[in-house]
Design a protein around this ligand. Structure first.
Ligand SMILES: Cc1cc2nc3c(=O)[nH]c(=O)nc-3n(C[C@H](O)[C@H](O)[C@H](O)COP(=O)(O)OP(=O)(O)OC[C@H]3O[C@@H](n4cnc5c(N)ncnc54)[C@H](O)[C@@H]3O)c2cc1C
Length: 361
């Protein structure tokens, strides 16, 4: 056993740290802010490989496997912390606003069915009876019953709680450099001095490309939350106009998300927020009278080929787990498991082969 230092306390860093801690490792987490409040806090929390329209292939398999692990992941975390993250296999409905949308969705459904996955086409009359209003252009859509959601803010509260109890947590401390000596991890150089350990994991989300020479960059997303009545909308609605997520406890309806490659440009824009609310009202016209609770924004960790970067690095005892882009909440359980297997048992994996940093060298 040894001491692992984790750079970045988002869902990825904290999930890997927790898995390693359970296997007997001593953990230090270093974060430039407070742990748990990066992209993982601002996300929608959808667990949506099918609604996202991912193409069959290894990344899709990776996402499906993680979706399968989610229930156990949140239940174990609840046993550890007492905090329920409201995992909800509510299904995700993808509405078609045009014949073109319908054709794309039906093709996707056919492809997924050949892989043994579920989903069903619903006509407008099948859905409209269940809601107070439904956008006039919606002709039908596809329901993916296996997709769902988690309340990512509750999940981050639980991971934060676990971390504060079980790890050394160093907050408000920015890692400037991962230092090496003779080709091996030596220590972290931060704005507050040095942090030592036997190995290090870089999981600094959209900021990871500032620390190591890897092609990770921010993809900004804006979001909004509005009031919702108990039971008013019982599943996620996901289209190119907006995704609309009722929380399990009906504390809010979350609306997402814009997507822009503008670097780290803080703040909500008028055009961003207008797009979200137009998407909401196009889907549920009666929602225009709801109270706005909050608007917010954050940065997805994108990579040049949009796949994550996972595994070891050319410096011994330095590991990377970043670049989860639009699916980092979904991918936390599987990332934690394969990274811990690699660090703890030197165990390889088909995903680690494909998602290695080496593909960019
Ligand atoms: C608007 C939006 C909606 C999203 N919706 C979904 C969704 O519905 N489903 C889904 O699966 N995914 C979603 N995502 C993607 C998901 O949020 C991310 O992929 C995931 O949170 C990445 O987790 P992370 O731990 O890598 O990064 P983060 O949560 O950003 O954590 C990185 C941490 O590293 C710290 N850090 C950065 N630089 C340094 C440094 N130099 N030194 C020390 N610490 C540092 C940061 O302060 C931060 O705490 C969404 C993202 C956004 C922005």
């Amino acid at each position: 056993m040894g001491k692992g230092v984790i750079v970045g306390g988002g869902i990825i860093g904290l999930s890997i740290a927790r898995e390693l801690h359970k296997r007997g490792y001593e953990i230090t987490v270093v974060d430039k802010d407070r742990i748990g409040f990066g992209a993982s806090w601002v996300a929608g929390g959808m667990l949506a490989p099918q609604a996202e329209g991912l193409k069959p292939g290894i990344f899709f398999d990776f996402c499906l496997e993680s979706r399968q692990m989610y229930k156990d992941f949140v239940e174990e975390l609840k046993d550890d912390t007492g905090i329920n993250s409201n995992y909800w296999k509510c299904g995700i409905f993808c509405p078609a606003f045009s014949e073109e949308d319908a054709e794309e969705l039906i093709n996707r459904l056919t492809t997924y069915k050949t892989l043994g996955l579920s989903g069903q086409w619903l006509d407008r009359r099948d859905i409209e009876k269940n809601y107070l209003s439904l956008g006039k252009d919606i002709i039908g859509g596809v329901l993916f019953e296996e997709d769902g959601q988690v309340d990512n803010r509750l999940l981050m509260k639980a991971l934060r709680e676990y971390a504060l109890k079980n790890f050394e947590v160093i907050e408000e401390t920015r890692v400037i450099k991962i230092e090496e000596k003779n080709g091996e991890f030596f220590r972290l150089y931060t704005n507050n001095g040095y942090v030592d350990g036997d190995f290090c994991v870089l999981s600094a989300g959209a900021w990871s490309g500032k620390i190591l020479d890897i092609p990770v960059f921010p993809v900004k997303g804006e979001m909004a939350g509005v009031d919702i009545e108990m039971g008013e909308i019982d599943k996620v609605f996901f289209s190119s106009r907006a995704y609309i997520i009722p929380r399990f406890d009906y504390s809010r309806l979350v609306i997402g998300a814009t997507e822009e490659r503008v670097g780290f440009q803080d703040g909500n824009s008028i055009k961003g927020v207008m797009k979200l609310f137009k998407g909401l009202i196009d889907t549920f016209p009666h929602m225009k009278s709801k109270n706005i609770q909050e608007i917010w924004f954050g940065y997805r960790p994108g990579t040049t080929d949009l796949d994550p970067i996972l595994g070891d690095y050319f410096i011994k005892n330095v590991y990377i787990a970043t670049g989860h882009y639009r699916n980092g909440i979904l991918l936390a359980p599987i990332t934690a498991k394969i990274m811990a297997d690699l660090i703890d048992r030197n165990e390889g994996n088909k995903y680690l082969d494909v998602f290695s940093y080496k593909r960019f060298v």
